[in-house]
Design a protein around this ligand. Structure first.
Ligand SMILES: Cc1cc2nc3c(=O)[nH]c(=O)nc-3n(C[C@H](O)[C@H](O)[C@H](O)COP(=O)(O)O)c2cc1C
Length: 189
């Protein structure tokens, strides 16, 4: 199979990691792959932050869980599954991965969400091609408004938080999750 398609089709979200260190040059290569993505009006307005510290990662996971649980409980129809999962003391939203990558956009970005999502997928696919595992972590979203997290990582006040990705060497074999038939709506010829 075409190696790009093979890479796309075999990527999985990895939720179990070894503690093996990922070399800094590898991480930088991945950030470059993220930054290399298409971006609205070529503003190149994304910025990245990396956490490679177990204690800090646990602190940020706990903070993100609290923020998400507060939000969930305020909904008129809270998601009980999410509440149960995040209420578990031992649930780490980053799965004890050795590295977490965060993506932000400067005010220069025209379409920050789209730019960030594309960068995230570039990073995840590039990591997979190197035998590394990743998982996009939507539960980290609350960190975007957490002043301690932002200050620790030197994120300017006017930068928008976009995404969090775990990174590390997978410790097991996660099976590929099959997809449904691709829904194709119209196809005008
Ligand atoms: C926007 C977004 C948010 C996600 N948030 C989480 C998350 O917080 N925790 C998690 O374990 N997986 C998260 N995922 C991963 C999805 O669960 C995963 O991509 C999906 O189940 C398909 O599995 P696969 O990536 O292994 O193919 C997220 C994915 C996306 C795109």
């Amino acid at each position: 199979m075409n190696p790009v398609l093979e890479n796309i089709n075999t990527r999985v979200s990895v939720r179990e990691y070894t503690q093996e260190k990922v070399p800094e040059e590898t991480v930088r290569e991945l950030l470059k792959a993220g930054f290399r993505g298409p971006n609205a009006m070529n503003r190149q307005a994304l910025a990245f932050a990396v956490v490679e510290n177990k204690e800090k990662a646990k602190e940020y996971s706990d903070r993100a869980k609290d923020l998400r649980l507060d939000g969930e409980k305020m909904k008129c129809d809270p998601n009980q599954h999410v509440i149960d999962m995040l209420s578990r003391e031992d649930y780490n939203i980053f799965f004890n991965s050795p590295i977490q990558i965060f993506i932000f956009a400067s005010p220069e970005a025209v379409e920050p969400v789209e730019d960030g999502s594309i960068a995230a997928e570039n990073i995840m696919l590039a990591a997979h091609s190197m035998g590394l595992g990743t998982c996009y972590v939507g539960f980290a979203q609350g960190l975007g408004r957490d002043t301690v997290f932002r200050k620790d990582l030197g994120v300017p006040d006017d930068y928008t938080y976009l995404a969090a990705i775990t990174l590390g060497r997978p410790s097991g074999n996660t099976p590929v999750k099959p997809r449904k038939e691709v829904p194709v709506l119209g196809w005008i010829r």
